[in-house]
Design a protein around this ligand. Structure first.
Ligand code: ZN
Length: 503
């Protein structure tokens, strides 16, 4: 395998002091669609996700529950892993920061930074928010409180190890402004470049055992534990065959952790003289029915509930379709049902069942003779080009809309050509129309594979009983008109039941 044909994508690793929410769900899905797309396109893909399992907050939650922190993180990691399975996420590995191989690599990274002369001891006096698990600057405080937790931070004074981040500010700025490291979207790139206009300060890379309690130990320093940066961020290298897949082609992250990835992580890699990631792709946040999702407002959308009620493909489709890939979006229960009904049940589901039923009725379930293409060959070819363009722009929502447009065109073709009337007057034209509709459905099924793999596989199984999505490649499958006359097509089961019955 040449390195240019590999694709390595990571998600951020959720902190395991609490369970998963819709934001994690969307990030998993976005990464999954990119991973599946690249596999179908013939690249060797490694898709890594995992969990961040150290720190004082985990120690506190565990203590309050009277369990050992490892027990707490084992329980919570299992919940995240269960969500991944239920969502049909195709991750190749799940790295936990308490895994031995992770701890070993984090210590190797630490040593590389020491060898580079970039780790030094100094007194730290700072304002620390336990909730955030980080030091805050005076500027960040609102009325003396942490802006997120609305509590005053604690004054902390201790001797820690520091990382000489200040040394790398200029280089990081150059790498980002030249797109050697591409920060997507442009607005996030500008945000980070403007942050980098000011000189960087060095950052605390260790904390006292008393302060963080549950972290990787610094060798020969019983009182100093590794602070989050060198621990959590190194998962992107500890969890993968580095020879084969590093550097990451995409680090997919939320907008709240951009600075840690675009500045701290890059500074560490520069210091350790390691190759830099190619793309940092930043998604936004999800609100719920127009408001911030919160327990106190009672508007939390639980991914497990949606999976249970509507099935995984409906949730996959909705999140990708409704939330702008690189911006903030709203999750509305009402919109969910509208999108489910209009697009999944009617535009896609109904099209498939109607066309296969007509093929059964008029041609005994066999593909009729191919006639003229009625302009679809060009249209479908263009849809593939557009799809690729949208993926190249990292715009998964727009990619899905390209497929939806083809669905609309197919439905309109049914209405305009009226196969039920042709059946009485023009068998040749009927054959042409049904052939084109079958081929359109097959093409839509191919295109939907990364997005809603279960449904797309059902559709493609109608055309080929042996179809399996695993290891399937698009190459050689996507020219319009490849469907052979005479092939038997089996009827598909109902893809998206109407909601009255789904409830
Ligand atoms: Zn806070």
């Amino acid at each position: 395998m040449s390195k240019s044909n590999k694709f390595y994508i990571t998600t951020s690793i959720p902190y395991l002091n609490a369970g998963p929410h819709m934001g994690h769900t969307m990030e998993y899905l976005q990464a999954d669609i990119l991973a599946r797309y690249n596999r179908l396109d013939g690249r060797e893909v490694f898709f890594l996700t995992g969990s961040d399992e150290h720190g004082s907050k985990i120690a506190q939650v565990a203590e309050a529950r009277g369990v050992w922190p490892q027990e707490l993180v084992n329980e919570n990691a299992a919940i995240f892993q269960d969500l991944l399975v239920r969502l049909g996420i195709s991750n190749d590995a799940f790295i936990r920061t308490t895994d031995d191989k992770h701890v070993k690599f984090a210590l190797e990274m630490w040593q590389k930074l020491v060898d580079a002369g970039d780790i030094y001891k100094a007194n730290y006096e700072g304002l620390y928010c336990v909730g955030c698990e980080k030091f805050l600057t005076e500027k960040e405080l609102v009325d003396g409180n942490c802006p997120i937790h609305h509590k005053p931070p604690i004054k902390v004074m201790e001797e820690n190890y520091f990382f000489r981040l200040s040394k790398y500010g200029q280089t990081i700025r150059e790498k980002i402004s030249s797109d050697e490291i591409k920060v997507i979207p442009e607005s996030r790139k500008n945000e980070i470049l403007s942050f980098l206009e000011e000189d960087l300060t060095d950052i605390s890379f260790s904390r006292s055992r008393e302060a963080v309690k549950w972290c990787i130990e610094i060798p020969g320093e019983p009182d100093q534990l590794m602070y989050v940066w060198c621990d959590a961020l190194t998962n992107y290298m500890s969890g993968v065959d580095r020879e084969k897949f590093w550097p990451a082609d995409i680090h997919l992250i939320g907008k709240d952790i951009l600075r840690f990835h675009a500045v701290y992580w890059i500074g560490m890699l520069l210091s350790a003289k390691l190759t830099l990631p190619k793309v940092i792709m930043v998604h936004g946040f999800i609100t719920s029915d127009g408001q911030k999702m919160s327990k106190s407002l009672g508007n939390v959308k639980d991914p497990f509930e949606y999976l249970e009620k509507y099935g995984r493909d409906a949730l996959r489709y909705f999140l990708l379709r409704e939330i702008p890939t690189l911006g903030d979006g709203d999750f509305s229960a009402e919109r969910f049902e509208i999108v489910y009904g209009d697009e999944l049940a009617n535009t896609f589901g109904n099209l498939v069942s109607r066309v296969l039923a007509m093929n059964k009725k008029y041609f005994d379930g066999r593909v009729p003779e191919r006639g003229g293409d009625d302009g679809f060959e060009v249209m479908v070819g263009q849809a593939w080009v557009n799809l690729e363009k949208r993926f190249a722009e990292y715009d998964l929502k727009k990619a899905l809309e390209e497929i939806l447009a083809l669905g609309y065109a197919a439905n309109k073709y049914v209405e305009d050509s009226k196969p039920w009337a042709l059946a009485k007057e023009d068998q040749t034209k009927l054959a042409t129309v049904i052939y084109n509709l079958l081929e359109l459905i097959r093409q839509i099924g191919l295109m939907l594979l990364p997005f809603i793999p279960d449904t797309a596989s059902k559709v493609l199984k109608s055309f080929d009983g042996d179809f399996v999505a695993d290891g399937y490649l698009w190459a050689g499958q996507r020219d319009f008109g490849l469907l052979k006359s005479g092939t038997e097509i089996t009827a598909a089961e109902i893809l998206f039941p109407r909601l009255e019955t789904a409830k």
